[in-house]
Each structure stands twice: as structure tokens, then as C-alpha cells.
Design a protein around this ligand. Structure first.
Ligand code: KG4
Ligand code: ZN
Length: 345
């Protein structure tokens, strides 16, 4: 089954073709994908401007779709089904992809399905020939969400913990801004941290001993104070690198300890990490080391499938479509959508 996936929930226009018949050891079934990031468009304003995002998705969808068909060397008549992001996200931005996908499916007389953006992230590491088996604990860490989930199957999600304020990615972005690094901050902090000392400064590990919830708003105050304390010397490259490394170390340490706590609480031995922050190589490496000590394993997708993309939506769509689920002609996008409301397969 060839599924077209469309992702337009925020500031990336992502389209991809997933083909279940092309899954092999060295191939995730991903026939091709195109991604257009609006970062430059919003940079002037210091954050995503929803109306500008919607207008730009509209401008890009058709040309990107044509580019994707050419890249995959297929015609639109060869597409069997369409999956689009239905929520959560910016409502205007969601509507562009949903209406494009729903109309195209109607025109081609094929099924369409609306997908939960975070389920797309959660399932992305499962694309391929040897996916980690259910049940597992999932750590979803993106720009808007930080969730620890016990996943017993597709659509069977129990929320074990979540951030009570800022998301992990948001915290990376804010710390980066304070260090005058460009958006998105995560990859830039990671790069700067490479030459820094992780033990140079001791930053807080918020709520470490309180359940499985997270709180990251205090981290940005801590980074702010640290930058103030080192004022003058913050222009010295080594000090900046040390701040980035100590910050990343504190964030990763907090995430890793909560993951281990979650695995023990639900007595599971597999951890799947997903969402933009899961592309962080220090997080991956630390999890590999720490989970090995408790005989648990960590699983993740290649970096390009961690941040927003159309492939994860195509794959989540495929799983639900092949189980017989699809949406009717009505298009209803939702800015907020608890994952626990998703139907089980
Ligand atoms: O999943 P995503 O692409 O979009 C949302 O759904 O939010 O996540 C974007 C977030 C941004 O906050 C970005 O700074 C962060 O993921 N991110 C990273 C890395 N790559 C992206 N954070 C830390 N390390 C990275 N390598
Ligand atoms: Zn995302």
C-alpha cells in the first residue's frame, strides 16, 4: 500500500510516500520525502506567526507534491491512500494540509485519514523491517510536548508523566536564544556543547524525585542567572561552550532518570524515544549507556525522522488504514487532542 503523508501542523511542510511493499532490512518503506522549513519566514518575528505559516503551507503544498511524485517516479494515480496531520497544532496550518489531502483523496477516489501528530512521532522509530515490539515506554520530546507514555499497542497509550510547564525542546530553544544562538536551538546547543565541559556548572534537575512529571521553566531562569553570573566572560568561546554543555547535561540527566524510573514503574525493558529532541546524540548515547546497566534497550529513528516530517504521518496512516480505519468526507482539525482519546487498533 502506497500512502501519501502530509504534515503541516506548525512551520514545516512535509510530504512523503510510504510503501508497505518496499520495507526491507535496509529500507524503511520510505519511497521519498520532501520537507520545506519556514524557519526564515518566522525568524524576523522571533516565533511562528500562525497566519503566515498557513499562507506559506498553501503556497508550497502543490509544488512540493509535484516534486515528491517526480522524486518517487510515480504518478498520483499510483497513490492508494492519504494521511494528513489532524492535530494537535496551529489550526490554520493544520487545515491547509487536511483540506489538500482530503480533496486530493476525493478526487482520486481513495481513502483518507487524519493522524495525531504525536502518534506520528511515537510510531516513527517503528518504521522498518525490525521494529521494537510492544509494549514499551515512549519518551516523546518535541518543541511543544514532553510525555512519558506506556504504549501497549497502537492507540493504547497510558500517560505516565508530562511537563507541567515548558516542553523540553522549548527549553533548548529558550536557552539557545539566551546564548544568542539561532532557532531551532536544540541542534545549535548540541553543536556548541561539543567543545564544552559538562561539569563546568551545576544546573538544577527539576522534579527529579517527584513522580514522572517534568518541569523545565526553572531551567531557563537557571541559565539566565548563569549567563548573568558569567557576564563579560560569556563572550569567551569556552565559557559559552561550557554553559551549553552543562545545560544539555542537566536536561539529558533529568530525561534519562525519569525514563529509567518509568521503565521500572511499569516493569518494561524497551524505551522508544521520539520527537525533535530525540535527535540529540548526547541523549541517545547516555540512554544507551544507562539502560544497558538495567538490561533495557533504547530505540530511535534516524535524525531526519525525529523532527517534523511527512514520513511519520504516512506510516501512522498506513498502520491505521490497514487495520480498516479511515475518515469520512468531513474535515475536522483539532488544536488540542489528548493521545488517550485515540482509538486502539
Ligand atoms: O518534533 P519537532 O520537530 O517539532 C514539534 O513537534 O515541536 O521538535 C522540534 C524541537 C525544537 O525545540 C528543537 O530545538 C528540538 O526539537 N531539537 C533538538 C535537536 N534537534 C531538534 N533538541 C536537542 N537536540 C537536538 N539535536
Ligand atoms: Zn512534532
Amino acid at each position: 500500500m502506497k500512502v501519501l503523508g502530509l504534515e503541516t501542523s506548525c512551520d514545516e511542510t512535509g510530504l512523503a510516500i510510504f510503501d508497505s511493499e518496499q520495507i526491507a532490512d535496509d529500507n524503511r518503506g520510505l519511497v521519498g520525502q520532501v520537507l520545506y522549513s519556514q524557519i526564515e519566514l518566522h525568524a524576523l518575528y522571533g516565533g511562528v506567526v500562525p497566519e503566515l505559516a498557513s499562507r506559506d503551507h498553501i503556497r508550497k503544498l502543490v509544488p512540493l507534491f509535484n516534486e515528491l511524485l517526480e522524486q518517487c517516479n510515480i504518478t498520483k494515480d499510483e497513490i492508494d491512500a492519504i494521511a494528513y496531520t489532524k492535530g494537535p497544532g496551529l489550526i490554520g496550518a493544520l487545515m491547509t494540509g487536511a483540506l489538500f489531502g482530503r480533496s486530493l483523496a476525493y478526487g482520486l477516489d481513495i481513502p483518507a485519514i487524519g493522524i495525531h501528530h504525536m502518534e506520528g512521532h511515537l510510531l516513527a522509530p517503528l518504521m522498518g523491517a525490525n521494529p521494537p515490539a510492544f509494549p514499551f515506554v515512549s519518551l516523546l520530546v518535541s518543541g511543544g510536548h514532553t510525555l512519558l507514555i506506556a504504549a501497549k499497542g497502537i492507540g493504547q497509550y497510558e500517560i505516565l508523566g508530562e511537563s507541567i510547564d515548558d516542553a523540553a525542546g522549548e527549553c533548548f530553544d529558550k536557552a539557545a536564544k539566551m546564548l544568542s544562538l539561532e532557532y531551532p536551538g536544540g541542534p545549535n546547543i548540541a553543536k556548541l556543547a561539543e567543545t564544552g565541559n559538562i561539569n563546568a556548572y551545576n544546573l538544577p534537575r527539576p522534579m527529579l524525585h517527584r513522580g514522572l512529571d517534568f518541569s523545565f521553566s526553572g531551567m531557563k531562569t537557571a541559565v539566565h542567572n548563569l549567563i548573568k553570573d558569567t557576564e563579560g566572560s560569556d563572550s569567551v568561546p569556552q565559557v559559552r561552550a561550557d554553559i551549553a554543555a552543562s545545560f544539555q547535561h542537566a536536561m539529558v540527566d533529568t530525561l534519562v532518570k525519569k525514563c529509567i524510573k518509568a521503565l521500572k514503574q511499569v516493569d518494561m525493558s524497551r524505551l522508544v524515544i521520539a520527537g525533535g529532541v530525540s535527535a540529540n546524540s548526547y541523549l541517545r548515547a547516555t540512554l544507551e549507556t544507562e539502560l544497558a546497566k538495567i538490561n533495557a534497550t533504547v530505540h530511535y529513528a534516524p535524525p531526519a525522522l525525529c523532527t517534523d516530517n511527512g514520513a511519520m504521518i504516512a506510516y501512522a496512516g498506513y498502520e491505521r488504514l490497514q487495520a480498516g480505519q479511515f475518515d469520512d468526507l468531513a474535515v475536522s482539525c483539532v488544536p488540542r487532542w489528548p493521545m488517550t482519546e485515540l482509538p486502539a487498533l
